[in-house]
Structures are given as C-alpha cells and as structure tokens.
Design a protein around this ligand. Structure first.
Ligand code: TK8
Length: 336
C-alpha cells in the first residue's frame, strides 16, 4: 500500500511536471535579439529602444526584445545572414547593404531621387516601397518598415571639396553596394567598400580619407574626431529597413506578428521625427566640434548632379525598366 502511494506520488509529480512544461511551451516568452550598427546614443539606438518597450508592453511581457547595438552582433551584411539562417531574430540596417540579396533594393540608392523627406515618406510607405520590401521574403527576410537614415553628405580629411576635381585621389569609404561604388568612382574618388562597423577605425588609422553619411551619424559616431572637412552634397536619401528573420516570423502566431508590425510602425513615426529634429541641429553641432563645412557652388553642385545621374541608367538596367518606371511615376506623384 505504501509502495502504491509512493508510486502514485511519483507519477503525479511527473505528470505535473510534464503539464507545466507543455504550458511553458505554449506561453514561452519570446526573446528577440535585435541588432543594429550605430551606438545606443544615436537616432537608431533610440528608436530600437522605443520598439523594444512597445513590444514588451503590447505583448503583456510575453515578447521581449534584447537590443544589441554598435554592431556587436556583426555588420549589416553579417546580421542579414544570421537572420536568413535563423540565428538572430531582428535587425535594422541600411537598404543599400541588402542589394546583394535583393537587387531591387538598389532603387533607393539612385542619386538625387528625392528632393525632400516628404517625397521619401510617400514613396517608401507607398506601393513601390511595399513591393520592394516584399521581394525580401523569398530570400528569407521579412521587411516591416522603413526608417530614415537620411540625406548623405561627404566628409574627408584631406581637403575641402569645393569642386568635382577635389575628389580625385580621395580614398572614400562607401557602403558595400555597387551603385555607391559606381557613383563615387564616376565622381573621380577612389571608392572602397567597407562595412560601417569598420569605418571609424579606418578613418582613424587613415586607411581611408573620407566617407559619406547623414549629419546625425557623423555626429553620433563621432566622425568629427577623425574628419576635418564636411561638404554639403545631399547626394542621396538613405533609408534604413527593419527586418525579421523569415524563419522566426513563420513560427509566430498572427497576434505576435501584429505586435511586431504595430510596434515597428510606431517606431518608424518616432524615428523619423527624432531624426529630423536631430538633423536640423546637427550641422551647427558639427561646426562647433570643429568641422570645416562648405556648400558646393550651384555650378559645381549641378556638375556633380549631372555626373551622378548617369548612374541612373545602370540602376534602371539592374532593377528592370518596369520597376524603374513605377518608381519614377511614384516620385512624380509625390512631387505634385
Ligand atoms: C549602420 C549603417 C549606416 C550606413 C552606412 O549599420 O553603412 O554608412 O549609413 O547607417 O547602415
């Protein structure tokens, strides 16, 4: 009798344990490792933080986001591969570094595509932006929203760039992307592709002379410490894109997907506002930090623009004329 009681007790404990395990699996808190390239004190870092808080709140604590900045999980390209393989859940990075995976992403690298952020928002958040984003799925990535990286400007440590010819011989870091490589070779610079995570050191050790990024990044990444000259070029509007591993995404319930999508949209609105406010003040701060800033004369700006727009034909050819025409129509509509 005693033995039977004991057996029952043991069985009972085992059953209860099995039950608890099943329950734990149903309600397993989902941990999302969210990687990004800039530091915590950047516009990127602030928006990832907001996203994390939002996900935790709206999922009632069942989904948790661990934000990992400063490329601690790897460069944009390395993180994209980790997402595709399912070793990492989420990231935000430049659309430009995705072109090797989804060639259509190159439309955003078209020089001087947008004149202002209003046009950028309309096209990125419209059907063309969605179409290009959806193309990622067959490659193992799910795009949620576009954030603003911003209009890019040129810095270097050799000489002020007042005319096109001043770019000759400047060893310029560009993103790992053919459109950027072509663009700056076309302008006469010695363009070298490098991941962002290696950029500060490359500038510091003078492995490269210059780079191009929005004011916000030049400030938050402290490039002013290692770059003397800033030329206002606004040569291209650069988006960031919030990505989820498709392997991870496919395992989520509809409710969990909605939590991520809604939080991503909130983070987008926050990020764009925050970025624009910061950008409006950043140039003055960069000057205060000692950077020597120059605008291009209208004549030089149009020479540069003219050279750069020759790159358009190669973008059009690589993404296909249909998409290119849709893009141009969307820009024209936004411009009206
Ligand atoms: C951050 C990059 C960065 C981009 C670059 O990971 O590489 O220059 O502008 O924002 O995505």
């Amino acid at each position: 009798m005693n033995q039977l009681k004991q057996l029952c007790a043991v069985l009972g404990v085992a059953l209860a344990a099995a039950g608890a395990q099943a329950q734990a699996q149903d309600f397993k808190p989902r941990l999302i490792r969210f990687g990004y390239g800039l530091n915590e004190q950047s516009n990127q870092g602030r928006a990832v933080k907001l996203f994390a808080q939002e996900v935790e709140k709206t999922s009632g604590g069942k989904m948790k986001v661990r934000a990992i900045g400063a490329a601690a999980l790897g460069s944009d390209v390395q993180m994209q591969q980790a997402l595709i393989g399912g070793a990492q859940e989420m990231m935000v990075g430049s659309t430009a570094t995705l072109v090797g995976i989804t060639k259509e992403m190159a439309i955003w690298d078209t020089p001087f595509l947008f004149n202002n952020t209003r046009e950028a928002d309309a096209v990125l958040d419209g059907p063309v932006g969605q179409k290009v984003m959806d193309k990622l799925q067959e490659k193992g990535l799910v795009g949620l929203v576009y954030w603003e990286n911003g209009f890019r400007n040129l810095t270097n440590n050799k000489q002020p760039v007042a005319k096109l010819e001043d770019l000759n011989g400047i060893k310029l870091r560009v993103m790992q992307n053919n459109v950027f490589l072509d663009s700056f070779k076309t302008l006469g610079a010695n363009a070298v592709p490098l991941p962002f995570s290696e950029l500060f050191t490359a500038l510091e050790t003078k492995a490269v002379d210059g780079q191009e990024n929005p004011y916000n990044t030049i400030l938050s990444s402290k490039f002013y410490e290692v770059q003397k000259y800033l030329t206002v070029t606004n040569h291209v509007y650069s988006p960031w894109i919030v990505l989820v591993s498709k392997k991870y995404w496919d395992g989520l319930s509809a409710a969990e997907k909605n939590v991520l999508l809604a939080a991503a949209r909130k983070s987008r609105d926050f990020e764009r506002k925050d970025t624009r406010e910061e950008a409006a003040k950043a140039l003055a701060e960069l000057k205060a930090k000692g950077m020597q800033v120059n605008d291009l004369s209208p004549a030089e700006a149009s020479r540069m623009r003219d050279r750069l727009t020759r790159v358009n034909a190669s973008v059009a050819a690589s993404v296909g004329m249909d998409l290119w025409n849709e893009l141009q129509a969307a820009v024209a509509k936004a411009r009206k």
